[in-house]
Design a protein around this ligand. Structure first.
Ligand code: ADP
Ligand code: F6P
Length: 465
């Protein structure tokens, strides 16, 4: 059996086996723990000059991590990845900026990482690269003579061509993406945006079997929605129900309903609009005063990128304003916590709540939406209020799906969720659990890897013939 080599910018920190907050780290770690393999990427450290990877084995996973120099971090991570690609791919061209030197740094780091990985590769290895930091990684490996199968999965949305074209080197990036053997997207809509870019730009054609012929290459382009392990989450939520923090919140919420939100503190998550829609609920329905609280857990992320500093300030202002307007001596409408929690504890908090309030303005998948559903007590489940712009909305029709730009609609959905009768809640929950079970994390991983093996085997047979 060939080794699986996973490559991503963020490698889950290995201390206590607890990954960073973020869908990629959670998904990849769970998937890799079963198959075993190597996980290569950034250690999270800033170092003086590039060094060989540090190797650490834990169970079936070998972690190979490298530091980034300050210049690399600034240009590749903070710059082109998170100040150009991230906002544009989340449809926020207003927050995106382009700097040629940062782009050069992005390409340089991709090449450096490719060289470091190449030194570790064996001929039978299968390489699976993740996310927007590494769009040109396969091209860099190919230029070094690597001919192993290389697949790529994008965890975030892929924008429509008009949006993508605002990134000046868009064509070079898409051409580089065609050096992969399989390209995976979260949704059919994301996949279609990629195909539209290729076909409308006259760069190639797509065929009915999911293959694309473009820039002189043939590759598979598919939608592989990332999943979770719903039953494992359900039992974790139950097991942690008696933890001290859970009991504290339960006591504080006696006689009150609880709306829960958990996100990285990112402008793509729609947190400001979410608070304002909650404010509308309180304005429209004074009967909820003192009877419902919103708990928003949002650990800061990418705090040295300016747009993230701004969203943090705005949100603090909004939480303070809304609380100042409605709070009573014994009731705080919004509890806003800037910290990470143990994942199982979060699941228990989800189970305690009556509403999961997940309303990103744009999101690749949004694992929190899936985790919320899985954490519920099937006999008395909470209701998911979910943005139509999360990839998860394609798969969770039992949610109350909202447009996060329509504050009144969101407030109405909250009202409906808080008052929904038990039979309706149970039916929606059962329906969503069935969906989560049929498309779990192993389905995602296996579907992608089967395609990667199949496509590359077919190509080598064709080459030999
Ligand atoms: P993203 O990848 O954009 O961060 P997702 O919703 O797909 O968004 O994934 C976030 C993951 O990080 C989820 O598995 C969630 O449980 C975890 N997470 C989010 N916030 C926290 C937090 N405050 N503490 C611990 N884990 C968190
Ligand atoms: O899933 C989206 C994602 O951007 C991952 O790529 C990333 O690991 C995570 O969110 C957290 O962001 P960062 O790695 O920048 O802290």
């Amino acid at each position: 059996m060939s080794r699986l080599i996973v490559v991503s910018n963020r490698v889950a920190p290995t201390q206590e086996g607890r990954p960073a907050a973020g869908g990629l780290a959670i998904g990849v770690l769970d998937a890799l723990k079963e198959t075993g393999g190597v996980w290569f990427g950034w250690s999270g450290e800033i170092i003086g000059e590039s060094q060989a990877p540090e190797i650490e084995k834990q169970g079936k996973v070998t972690y190979a991590t490298v530091g980034l120099t300050r210049r690399d971090y600034d240009q590749y991570y903070r710059g082109f990845s998170n100040a150009t690609l991230w906002p544009t791919f989340h449809y926020r061209t207003d927050l995106s900026r382009y700097d040629r030197q940062e782009y050069a740094g992005y390409l340089r780091v991709n090449t450096t990482l490719a060289k470091q990985l190449k030194a570790m590769l064996e001929p039978d290895d299968i390489i699976w690269v993740h996310d927007y930091h590494l769009l040109p990684f396969a091209r860099a490996l190919r230029e070094l003579g690597v001919s192993n199968p290389i697949g790529f999965f994008l965890h975030i949305p892929f924008p429509v061509p008009e949006m993508l074209r605002t990134v000046p080197p868009h064509e070079e990036l898409v051409k580089a993406m065609c050096s992969y053997d399989v390209l995976g997207f979260q949704t059919q809509a994301d996949r279609q945006s990629f195909v539209d870019y290729i076909e409308r730009g006259g760069f190639g054609t797509a065929s009915d079997d999911g293959m694309i012929h473009a820039f002189g290459r043939v590759l598979k382009v598919g939608a592989y929605p990332i999943g979770i392990y719903p039953d494992a989450i359900a039992s974790a939520a139950q097991q942690f129900a008696d933890r001290k923090q859970v009991n504290t919140l339960r006591d504080a919420m006696r006689g009150r309903k609880l709306i829960m939100s958990v996100d990285r503190l990112d402008y793509s998550k729609g947190l400001v609009e979410r608070f304002q829609a909650f404010e509308r609920l309180l304005l429209a329905s004074p009967n909820w005063h003192g009877r419902v609280s919103l708990v928003q857990i949002a650990p800061p992320t990418r705090s040295d990128v300016q747009t993230y500093q701004r969203i943090r300030q705005t949100l603090e202002g909004e939480a303070g304003r809304i609380n100042g307007r409605f709070a009573q001596l014994d009731w705080t409408p919004i509890q806003y916590l800037n910290r990470k929690y143990e994942r199982n504890l979060l699941m228990a908090l989800f189970r305690l709540s009556q509403v999961g309030y997940v309303t990103p303005l744009r999101d690749g998948m949004n694992l929190v939406a899936k985790e919320y559903v899985a954490s519920q007590d099937p006999e008395d489940p909470g209701v998911l209020v979910l943005s139509q712009f999360a990839g998860a909305a394609e798969q969770l029709p039992g949610a109350l799906v909202v447009n996060p730009f329509d504050l009144t609609q969101m407030a109405e959905a909250l009202e409906r969720a808080l008052s929904m009768p038990l039979p309706d809640r149970k039916a929606r929950h059962a329906d969503m659990m069935a969906q989560l079970r049929s498309g779990d994390l192993s389905t995602w991983r296996d579907a992608f890897l089967v395609d990667l093996r199949r496509v590359t085997t077919a190509a080598s047979v064709t080459r030999k013939a």
